[in-house]
Ligand binder design. Structure first.
Ligand SMILES: Nc1ncnc2c1ncn2[C@@H]1O[C@H](COP(=O)(O)OP(=O)(O)OP(=O)(O)O)[C@@H](O)[C@H]1O
Ligand SMILES: [Zn+2]
Length: 728
């Protein structure tokens, strides 16, 4: 009789199942450990998910485990539970979910080193330096000022774009030195911070009272109300109790400025987890959190899977932000996983935003979440006044109306900064033949190319295809090709011509492509180097620019006529967030919105009501139409290079779903997406909607396997998106 035992292993393959393997003994192969196993002709690293007595397969076909990597599971039972739940809820193969949650080096089979996080810090000589000692060595000064707020790990330094040569130069001069995290004495938390405002103090006390178990709080605070200060005081309490805090921010909220603010206030080292880390840095941060070496972990979406030794609180800043939803592969929502994780861990969760998602807002209104509000700005300033410019029949300078130019001039002359928001990068969205009307179009997406003048290219914003700029019309041969419409690049030219005496900073994905350019521009804006800030939504989120007294919003009209059921929510969030950059230091401030549709109900509402009131109103409409958050939505999507393959896939998928669907699930017919063709693929989708989340989940559970087995399924790329945020 064999003494071998069977284990079930999750492998990173797109199959909704696990695989059986043999081991000599179960004692050294606990659930949650990694093993190396043969799979087909390859070997793979997998994770043990179950022990069992027998396999459903003939025992001689069950292969043996080759290597066992870990003595103890990589994560706690609570994370294990979260991942299994996520695999089921998002209908995503469990092996891929498990592997997604691990740093790459662990996925490859490396050991989770217990090695200490390496940091750089100032020496005594470094501390004593002034800017005069450095002369024109700007990069060195940058590193020194970064370290002046405390030691920084290598990950944070590389993320801030400091080159190795700069580090070496300062090491040579003995102004900085290397240390490890455990060498560092604890710093004193910042005692110079101004006291919290009354509203902040009330929120802090309320949150501190709920630190003993699972609670979700929506912290709804108007722009500039000082939500960060509330988080910091609560985190300080969590640290004092010997526990850890995990804070998630949107992708672009993680600037060195944010980090420095956290470090200064809390006086502890902070592990950062974001996409800019290399594999070793990522593993080191993950390990420091897992072993309890750091008490604060700050990261973007995927940091939600970071294990913690003593979890104390989770905070999601700007919880409405779309970057929390993963849009491909394992399509999870970081905020929703945070709710599950906090529940599993029995800890508190704070969702913070000036413009909460309707999902969270409804949960707060219905009493499922605690609802705390900060209605005033922390600096005592008032909210900016709102003004509309009716664009019909205005004299224009590019996209700027005469009244806007006058207003800008007034604010600039008063020594303030002006922020101009235009959510379209590039020079012009269309390049048109003046003689015959032909325009340059991406054949793979059937949409116009955007002209990027600086890069001397046409770029498709949907599939990233690029091509050189044509010198002649491809239809009639004319050389009269004209840019139509304005992107940020072209707007920059217009503004620079109009306002010659002022410096303009442009912030969009093109101008911030280089590694540290974004944080550098942000720092220069804060130093007052620029008077006019122009950019896309990258400028809108969470930034605290004290001197901005005017915010101008151009060309938002397209968003008023979108067929997305969330259009009203999205535009109110965007406009409120962008407006919220004005008047943050307490000075009187103004917002100007240019539109051709001043009578549009949303424009009217945005001028007169605050976000809460608008949200309540729009939520009523959602309730009547039985749309999320009053119902659960799932999107089945498929794409292929031939339209009829997609059509046939949906014929059989729809049939399967209809056969199994209970009455309380509404099945809408499959139809082409609003962008029917993208990157050469035809795209269709089929929405499923139900007020009974469980019924919808059961239906998916029954049908995905059946759909997978249809002969049409392998001919298309298809997936299920649970709680989608893209719906058009
Ligand atoms: N108690 C306080 N006393 C004085 N100033 C404060 C106080 N709390 C915060 N501030 C200042 O108020 C400004 C806004 O704070 P913060 O950036 O945290 O706002 P926020 O709520 O995150 O805003 P947003 O949602 O727009 O990002 C900052 O300049 C901050 O330094
Ligand atoms: Zn394209």
């Amino acid at each position: 009789m064999s003494t071998e035992s069977i284990i079930e292993v999750a492998l990173p393959v797109p199959m909704r199942r696990t695989f059986d393997y043999k081991v000599d003994s179960l004692t050294h192969c606990a659930i949650g450990c990694r093993v190396q196993v043969p799979f087909g002709r390859r070997v793979m690293v997998g994770i043990v998910v179950a022990h069992k007595d027998t396999s459903d397969w003939p025992i001689e076909q069950v292969k043996a485990v080759e290597t066992i990597f870990d003595d103890v599971p990589l994560w706690t039972p609570n994370i294990d539970k979260l991942l299994r739940w996520a695999s089921q809820y998002y209908q995503h193969p469990v092996g891929e979910v498990f592997h997604h949650a691990l740093p790459k080096r662990l996925r490859m089979g490396d050991a989770p080193d217990a090695s200490d996080i390496e940091v750089w810090r100032l020496t005594d000589a470094g501390q004593a330096l002034t800017i005069h000692d450095l002369g024109r060595a700007k990069k060195q000064w940058k590193l020194l000022s970064l370290l002046s707020s405390g030691p920084q790990d290598k990950g944070s330094i590389t993320a801030a774009g400091v080159a190795k040569a700069t580090i070496d130069a300062l090491l040579e001069k003995q102004w900085i030195e290397q240390a490890t995290l455990s060498d560092l004495p604890t710093q004193k938390p910042d005692s110079d911070a101004p006291p919290p405002t009354t509203e902040q103090a009330i929120a802090i006390t309320a949150l501190q009272r709920h630190l003993d178990g699972f609670h979700v709080t929506l912290l709804e605070g108007v722009t500039g109300s000082g939500k960060t200060r509330v988080y910091l005081d609560v985190i300080a309490d969590v640290i004092a109790a010997g526990k850890q805090a995990l804070i998630l921010v949107p992708e672009i909220g993680l600037t060195p400025q944010t980090l420095a603010r956290f470090r200064k206030h809390l006086g502890v080292h902070i592990a950062v987890i974001h996409s800019g880390l290399n594999d070793s840095e990522r593993l080191a941060a993950w390990q420091a959190a897992r072993t309890g070496q750091v008490s604060v972990i700050l990261g973007t979406r995927s940091a939600i899977f970071t294990p913690m030794k003593n979890p104390g609180i989770i905070i999601i800043d700007e919880e409405h932000d779309a970057s929390y939803k993963q849009q491909d592969g394992f399509r999870y929502h970081g905020r929703d996983l945070a709710v599950m994780r906090a529940k599993n861990e029995g800890i508190s969760l704070i969702l913070g935003s000036a413009t909460p998602s309707f999902e969270s807002f409804q949960n707060a209104l219905s009493g499922r979440y605690h609802h705390l509000q900060l209605k005033h700005r922390a600096t005592g300033g008032v909210m900016p006044t709102m003004n509309v410019v009716d664009m019909r029949q205005q004299t224009l300078e590019g996209p700027l109306s005469a009244p806007l130019i006058q207003t800008m001039q007034k604010h600039l002359d008063a020594g303030n900064q002006v922020l101009v928001f235009l959510n379209r990068r590039g020079f012009s969205p269309v390049l048109l033949c003046h003689e015959c009307g032909w325009f340059a179009e991406c054949g793979r997406c059937e949409r116009p190319y955007t002209w990027h003048k600086n890069q001397r290219r046409l770029t498709c914003h949907h599939c990233a295809t690029e091509r050189p700029i044509p010198h002649q019309c491809e239809q009639c041969g004319s050389t009269q090709l004209l840019p139509v419409g304005h992107g940020t690049e072209r707007l920059q030219e217009v503004i620079e011509t109009q306002f010659k005496d002022f410096e303009v900073a442009r912030i969009d994905r093109d101008s911030t492509r280089k590694k540290d350019s974004f944080s550098r521009i942000i720092a220069d804006i804060q130093d007052g180097k620029y008077q006019i800030l122009l950019g896309t939504q990258m400028l809108a989120k969470g930034h605290d620019f004290g001197k901005v007294s005017l915010v101008a919003m151009l060309d938002i009209d397209g968003a008023l006529f979108s067929n997305d059921f969330r259009a009203g929510e999205k535009i109110s969030q965007l406009l409120t967030q962008v407006s919220g950059r004005a008047g943050r230091a307490g000075q009187p401030a103004q917002v100007v919105l240019q539109t051709h549709y001043p009578e549009h109900p949303w424009v009217q509402q945005l001028m007169t009501e605050d976000y809460s009131a608008i949200a309540k109103d729009l939520l009523k409409e959602r309730e009547q139409a039985l749309l999320p958050p009053f119902a659960s939505l799932v999107m089945v999507r498929a794409e292929a290079s031939q339209d009829n393959l997609v059509r046939r896939f949906f014929e059989s998928a729809e049939q399967i779903i209809r056969q199994h669907a209970p009455k309380d699930v509404m099945i809408m017919p499959a139809s082409p997406c609003s962008m029917t063709k993208k990157a050469g693929k035809y795209r269709w989708q089929m929405p499923l909607l139900s007020a009974q989340r469980a019924a919808l989940q059961r239906l998916l559970f029954q049908c995905t396997g059946l759909i997978e087995k249809t002969p049409e399924a392998p001919k298309v790329r298809w997936h299920i998106d649970v709680d989608p945020i893209e719906t058009t």
